[in-house]
Write a protein that binds this ligand. Structure first.
Ligand code: HEM
Length: 497
């Protein structure tokens, strides 16, 4: 941006002139105000509470009417504009208009700067423009529905995934049996994480890393790096200075080395076409794939662990639903698409989990030029260049106006898979009622079908072996790269007879 443009923008910001035009305008959020959950931007003391930062945008808006209630903006003189929306119509329209063409939204890379420093910038997750398009063509096809659901490919994966899930859970069951206890209290999140990593590394990438190495080295290394990525996004400049003087802390260097080694292991199956490498057609050298492998390892592990942990956490509060799912899956040996489709309640629970507690709680976008959104029915919103657009999926999905009693028959903040039946009876399809759990539009999650299969299998296998309840009664969310239950999935589990 030239100095004169910057000065012009800053003057308008100081005078409080909205940078947005059109008929569907957002309301302004004051930079300073008392009584709010947090400041409306991340800083050193609040960056670990991102849900509170987003909540601040909708603080005290109950009396607002029209577009200002669900669309909010922050304008700090001298800085880029920030638009936060929890309006499903705006979210859907922005996601559909994301891509590599002029006048389309980019993914905003600022919130994932720490992730990119650990995984590389030339990945499908981080890249924009023509580089993103190339990455997409390269990496997405092997995971597409049409490829994954080819009977041969599907059965190969389904079987290895199922064996992994059942084997691990069986060990848990045996441990409990040997201890003679009828119920065990366990923080299950780390168990879930290792099963998910095993599925990725050994089944997806066709490697054969031992359970012990995954548990003791690689899973902790990734968890450590993910924690580091989040704080690094906010504190990079200060850290950079410290590291230049004192060198990189040993623990980070060690975690990075372990992660690199796991990336090598994942790549090693390529030559022999092991795992999903068999479906991968490209002349690109191994080095060109490293960033994507790192993203798949860390990102997919994070998202599938979050999704499975939340599903089990919600089900732990609903023994009635555990029984319904048990009836659906007790005789299912093979989780093929047909069998999975028949497990209606399991599918509704997965759907409802992503609605109420989406793994990725906001989807960041960026305007490199002015973009006009056509919202239908003669509503429009013109967003200026250099705007951070935060699609706040977490608060959209919990908003009574969109997902409440009137629309769905149940409170928006309740875990109620039954709402999907109400919606079905009203003739409202999941395509219409989007929860954006896998995103939407051109940058929709390429691992959607794979992830759903992994999570459905793990949850189905767990319900088949155990009944379970939460040890704590109130389960809050903790959020970093993704959201997870704050109690780390602390469950009381009992073997089924
Ligand atoms: C099952 C749990 C998963 C959930 C809930 C999930 C969620 C999401 C969401 C919401 C997005 C869109 C982000 C945006 O629009 O800004 C996304 C993108 C992405 N996901 Fe997933 N994901 C999951 C599993 C996976 C798996 C298993 C993989 C790979 C093996 C994967 C790889 C990716 C990649 C590479 C992108 C970026 C795509 C692009 O920008 O074109 N995800 N994911």
């Amino acid at each position: 941006m030239t100095f004169s443009k910057w000065l012009n923008r800053t003057t308008k910001q100081i005078r409080g002139i909205s940078p947005f035009t059109g008929s569907f305008l957002p309301g302004r959020v004051p930079v300073f105000a008392g009584g709010r959950p947090s400041m409306p931007f991340p800083h050193f003391w609040n960056y670990h509470e991102p849900l509170k930062i987003l909540e601040t945008y909708f603080w005290g808006v109950d009396d607002e009417v029209g577009s200002k209630k669900h669309n909010r903006y922050l304008d700090v003189p001298g800085l880029d504009h920030v638009l936060v929306t929890r309006d499903p119509l705006v979210i859907r329209t922005v996601l559909s208009a994301t891509g590599d063409k002029d006048g389309q939204f980019d993914r905003d890379t600022r919130p994932s700067a720490g992730i990119a420093r650990a995984t590389g910038t030339d990945s499908l997750l981080y890249a924009n423009g023509p580089l993103w398009r190339r990455q997409k063509k390269l990496s997405a096809p092997p995971m597409s529905r049409s490829n994954l659901f080819q009977p041969e490919t599907f059965h190969e994966f389904e079987k290895t995934f199922r064996n992994t899930a059942i084997e691990r859970l069986e060990i848990l069951r045996q441990r409990q049996e040997e201890s003679g206890e009828s119920a065990t209290e366990l923080e299950m999140e780390s168990e879930v994480e290792i099963v998910m990593l095993e599925m990725l590394v050994n089944n997806f990438f066709g490697a054969s890393v031992s359970y012990e190495d995954l548990r003791d080295r690689y899973a902790p290394a990734i968890a450590f790096l993910i924690d580091h990525m989040v704080s690094d996004t906010v504190g990079h400049s200060i850290r950079g200075l410290r590291n230049a003087v004192l060198g990189e802390p040993e623990a980070i260097a060690k975690a990075k080395a372990d992660f690199e080694e796991l990336t090598d292991i994942a790549l090693s199956g390529r030559k022999e076409g092991r795992g999903l490498w068999g479906q991968f057609k490209s002349d690109a050298g191994d080095d060109k794939l490293r960033s994507n492998i790192r993203v798949f390892l860390a990102g997919a592990l994070e998202a599938t662990t979050s999704f499975t942990s939340w599903t089990l956490s919600h089900l732990a509060q609903r023994p009635d639903l555990q029984e319904v799912i048990y009836q659906e899956v007790q005789d299912v040996e093979v989780y093929d698409p047909e069998n999975l489709k028949q497990a209606v309640m399991l599918n509704r629970c997965l759907q409802e989990t992503l609605r109420l507690t989406p793994s990725l709680y906001f989807l960041p976008r960026w305007t490199s030029q002015e973009i006009e959104l056509d919202l239908g029915e003669e509503r429009s919103l013109r967003i200026p260049a250099n705007t951070h657009v935060m699609l706040d999926v977490w608060h959209s999905n919990r908003c009574e106006d969109f997902w409440g009693e009137e629309e769905t028959g149940y409170s928006a903040t309740a875990f109620a898979p039954e709402r999907w039946e109400v919606l079905e009876k009203k003739g409202r399809s999941p395509k219409e009622m989007l929860h954006f759990g896998f995103g939407h539009g051109p940058r929709v999650c390429p691992g959607k079908f794979l992830g759903q299969l992994e999570v459905g299998l793990a949850v189905g296998a767990f319900v088949k072996l155990f009944t379970f309840s939460n040890v704590q009664s109130l389960i809050e969310a903790r959020a970093a790269v993704s959201t997870k239950p704050a109690d780390h999935l602390f469950l009381r589990i009992t073997r089924r007879k």
